[in-house]
Write a protein that binds this ligand. Structure first.
Ligand code: NAD
Length: 368
């Protein structure tokens, strides 16, 4: 009963009209930032995360401590724990679910393929099942898909209706499967489902397995880095992605199903949006900005891209997100990496004097 009261308290909005959100993967990079932003504007937030060791669990615990200091509780649990999820939906009246828990990373899929299926397919089904059958009224669900669903497309910029039938990695294939599963849950149970295709998100509290982060670590340590010639990414700053996630939550339509009667009352929305920066940058340029900020040259080895899951480039068209919830990325890679490096140097207590990335790091507000 004390446990239930804690859950209810965390999930209860502090302001009138606030929403109540279950955030899965809340100790993750995107989950931490979204949870902080929701809490800051007076929404109720309950986090859930299994704190797996795919990357440094100490970083996840540090994010958890940050969230705890702002009054956000994170349960240490797996999304495949169906009994727990059923209980949570029974106890707290979540209006929304922000489902971010997943096995991320493209290359690790060759080492641990079943991990991807367990979290990104089976786990996603567990979350949708619990929302469809144990919540009354059913919450609207916003979940993380990925730009990787565009696979080897070359018809950039990518729009949501472009081909997604050529995944280049198992990771991409599980994200694509998630979109198909969402379609079925929307159709059968009347669940409101909004998929967000994130494009290479970076920033403070980021993921150590991602290139910008591991390159920064290697530059500081004087270790060599291997980069792929000609690779370009639509690097998207975390604050822009958070605004997109909150916008998607705020405009998500209602679910029309009822867990009690099993009936749905009409068509519920099913939507998929790109959340990118709309300006792809060569990975070599990203490294040059890091070198400048850290005041140290990287020991670079440039190789041609092997076919191990990476795609040559990504580039988002975000006009649907712009139209439906005013999504507009405003952070240039120079400005965003400066925020990342500020955090990185502080978090790891490094003896680095941060330079400016260029004469004047400007936001790309003016450029667009
Ligand atoms: P992350 O790894 O930092 O966060 C995911 C969190 O989910 C982790 O804290 C992990 O411990 C947790 N988790 C994983 N499996 C779980 C399970 N079975 N049960 C409970 N918790 C579990 O990754 P992120 O960068 O914050 O990504 C968030 C979401 O966005 C993911 O779905 C990811 O696939 C997607 N995405 C991210 C990017 C990006 O560039 N960061 C790009 C495209 C899509």
């Amino acid at each position: 009963a004390k446990w239930e009261e804690q859950i209810r308290r965390s999930a209860r909005p502090a302001r009138d009209g606030g929403i109540s959100v279950l955030v899965t993967g809340a100790a993750g990079f995107v989950g931490t930032h979204c949870s902080l932003a929701l809490k800051a504007r007076g929404d109720g937030v309950l986090g859930l995360d299994n704190f797996n060791a795919y990357y440094d669990p100490a970083l996840k615990r540090a994010r958890q401590a940050l969230l705890a200091s702002r009054g956000v509780l994170i349960l240490d649990a797996d999304i495949n724990d169906a009994l727990l999820l059923a209980k949570l939906f029974d106890v707290a009246a979540f209006t929304h679910v922000l489902h971010l828990a997943a096995q991320a990373g493209v290359r690790y899929a060759m080492e641990a393929p079943q991990t991807y299926v367990a979290s990104n397919v089976a786990g996603l089904v567990s979350v949708f099942e619990a929302a469809a059958k144990h919540a009354d009224p059913q919450p609207a669900i916003v979940w993380a898909s990925s730009s990787s669903v565009y696979g080897l497309n070359t018809d950039a910029p990518f729009s949501e209706d472009h081909r997604t039938d050529r995944p280049a990695s198992l990771y991409a294939a599980t994200k694509k499967a998630g979109e198909a599963i969402a379609h079925a849950y929307n159709h059968i149970y009347g669940l409101s489902l909004t998929g967000l295709r994130f494009f290479t998100v970076y920033g403070p509290w980021g993921r150590p397995d991602m290139a910008y982060f591991s390159f920064a670590s290697a530059i500081v340590a004087g270790e060599p880095i291997t980069l792929f010639a000609d690779a370009r990414r639509d690097f998207t700053f975390i604050d822009d992605v958070v605004r997109g996630c909150l916008g998607a939550l705020d405009t998500a339509g209602r679910s029309t199903g009822s867990a009690r009667t099993g009936k749905k009352t009409g068509p519920a929305p099913l939507r998929v949006y790109n959340l990118g920066n709309t300006s792809p940058v060569p990975v070599t340029r990203m490294v040059a900005i890091l070198e400048k900020l850290l005041g140290k040259k990287a020991n670079k080895r440039v190789v041609t891209m092997p076919s191990n899951g990476d795609v040559p480039f990504t580039h988002a068209n975000v006009s649907h997100a712009a139209h439906d919830f005013g999504y507009r990325p405003t952070t240039s890679l120079e400005a965003g990496l400066r925020h990342f490096v500020d955090w990185f140097v502080d978090y790891y207590k490094l003896d680095v004097k941060i330079a400016t990335a260029n004469a004047k790091p400007t936001d790309n507000k003016t450029a667009k």
